[in-house]
Design a protein around this ligand. Structure first.
Ligand code: PXP
Length: 252
């Protein structure tokens, strides 16, 4: 029997809902609990410099939940000193380095390691993290481009998370996506030859993850936005029905 690929659930958008109202709910701790008690292999959160969803206290709280379940916490961060210091204090199982800019709606692509300045910054951040957190594994969020992956192999990292956003959008729009699959296969072969783990993330849904699973391309998938969106419709009927029952039991 083979190994089951790992499902990392990104719960950032539970915090997005909470921040939209400035209330204490929905709780990311409860979200982490529900995900882990229903088969998630890992919780992923992104502490952004602008704190638009996950807050510093969430990182601590979610860490406690993942520890209780003996499952990994994957903390996504940009190469920003303040955030790196929080990551070091948190000591997560995984750190995923991602590019970050304030204007973007979400992470828009992988780290551009072909840019010498970006390469040096990522390389030195990985060295600092490996020095301060010898137990923590590091992944780099990258495009599947082989010249980028070649640069990654010159950096001390344990895995690469391939940005699957463009593939996922093509799949969603019913466009041809075969070229992404062949790129991912090449990326997988290259990373395997360098003993670097091959993860995937961004934009994936129940449907678009299927061809990736069938081709056994990745050992780990981090999925967030679609899961939280689908959870709305898997739960909305029940919530309205519960309220309706209460109303029915309280005739005027
Ligand atoms: N992986 C990384 C590195 C990300 O930045 C994100 C989005 O924060 C995800 C995975 C999850 O993407 P999505 O929310 O589109 O499923």
């Amino acid at each position: 029997m083979g190994m089951t690929p790992r499902l990392g659930v990104n719960i950032d958008h539970v915090a997005t809902l909470r921040q939209a109202r400035g209330e204490s709910y929905p709780s990311v701790v409860e979200a982490a609990n529900v995900c882990l008690s229903n088969g998630a292999d890992q919780i992923t959160i992104h502490l952004r410099e602008d704190r638009r969803h996950i807050q510093d206290t969430d990182v601590e709280a979610v860490r406690l939940v993942t520890k209780r379940y003996g499952k990994p916490l994957n903390l996504e961060i940009g190469c920003n000193q303040e955030i790196i210091d929080i990551a070091i204090a948190t000591n997560p199982d995984w750190i995923c380095l991602v590019p970050e800019n304030r204007q973007e709606r979400t992470t828009e692509g992988g780290l551009n390691l072909l840019d010498e300045k970006v390469f040096e910054k990522v390389k030195s951040t990985c060295e600092t993290l490996k020095d301060k957190l010898p137990e923590t594994l590091i992944s780099l969020f990258l495009e599947s481009d082989l010249s980028v992956l070649e640069k990654a192999s010159q950096i001390k990292c344990d895995a690469v998370e391939i940005h699957t956003g463009d593939f996922a959008r093509a799949h969603l729009n019913g466009e041809d996506y075969e070229r992404y699959l062949s790129d991912y296969k090449k990326a997988q072969d290259f990373l395997e030859s360098k003993k670097i783990g091959c993860h995937a993330g961004h934009g994936l849904t129940l449907e678009s993850v299927k061809p990736l699973l069938e081709m056994k391309l990745f050992v780990e998938y981090n999925i967030g936005h679609w899961i939280i969106c689908q959870a709305v419709f898997d739960g909305l009927g029940k919530v309205v029905s519960d309220l309706n029952q209460l109303f029915e039991g309280n005739q005027l």
